[in-house]
Write a protein of this length. Structure first.
Length: 100
């Protein structure tokens, strides 16, 4: 089951706008990355894939952060590409090992 979900040897295309997306989805890649897309445009792309019954995974990138990631997830996006963790302030992480 895990092997089926890995993204090895997949064809991934990046669409900067809806017109590019319309051309790309007809080629049936495994993944189309939507770069800097609004929620409304992402929903439009998802609706088109559902209408055409295409099994293409969409990923979102650019502008995805902790404040809006849940909004994209609610639309049905399952793959997120973000650099937000690299620019976030450091967190104090503590690990405790206890005898059981």
């Amino acid at each position: 089951m895990i092997i089926k979900t890995l993204l090895y040897n997949k064809i991934n295309l990046e669409a900067d706008n809806y017109a590019q997306f319309e051309q790309m989805y007809m080629a049936e890649p495994d993944i189309i990355q939507l770069d800097k897309w609004s929620l409304e445009d992402v929903k439009k792309a998802l609706d088109l894939l559902q209408l055409k019954q295409k099994d293409i995974l969409l990923s979102v990138a650019g502008g995805v952060n902790k404040d809006n990631v849940s909004d994209y997830a609610k639309l049905g996006i399952r793959l997120f590409i973000t650099s937000a963790p690299y620019y976030a302030p450091p967190e104090d992480i503590k690990v405790v090992i206890e005898k059981i």
